[in-house]
Ligand binder design. Sequence first.
Ligand SMILES: [Zn+2]
Length: 153
Amino acid sequence: MLIKCNLFKYRCGKCGTNFEVPVYLAGYGNFLLRSYASDEMAWLNAIASHAFKEGSKLIKAHPKVINLKSNAQSNIVQDIIGSIYDKNSQGNDFGINIDPKCSHCGEQKTASYEEVQPSKLVEIDVQPITSNHWDNLLESEKKSLVDELLTKY
Ligand SMILES: [Zn+2]
């Protein structure tokens, strides 16, 4: 599907190279996901995604999360929810908050970013993310996966 994005200028936190990448700004509940160790992107419509509903419910009900304020809960959901979906072609996770890959050194560590001025729209072709793996898990396996994703908190 074709998605209209705004062009942003990122500065790499490792080598300082500036590079331009599309960033999706508009639209509540829609996310452009990036992946680790590649330039692959995927599209997530969170409102239409059954896996998102199930995953975020399990994350928010987890003992480590349940007593946090709702915006802190949402931040954690955004941080880890990509990992419940199917991985990219190289077996790496997609994620909402993954930094784009530096065009020079390949690092995914952003020093700063800003919209290119004057603003510039670009259209990118991106596939909706799939959740086949998650959909086939038992309820207990879904809980274990969420446990695992929350160990860093
Ligand atoms: Zn770099």
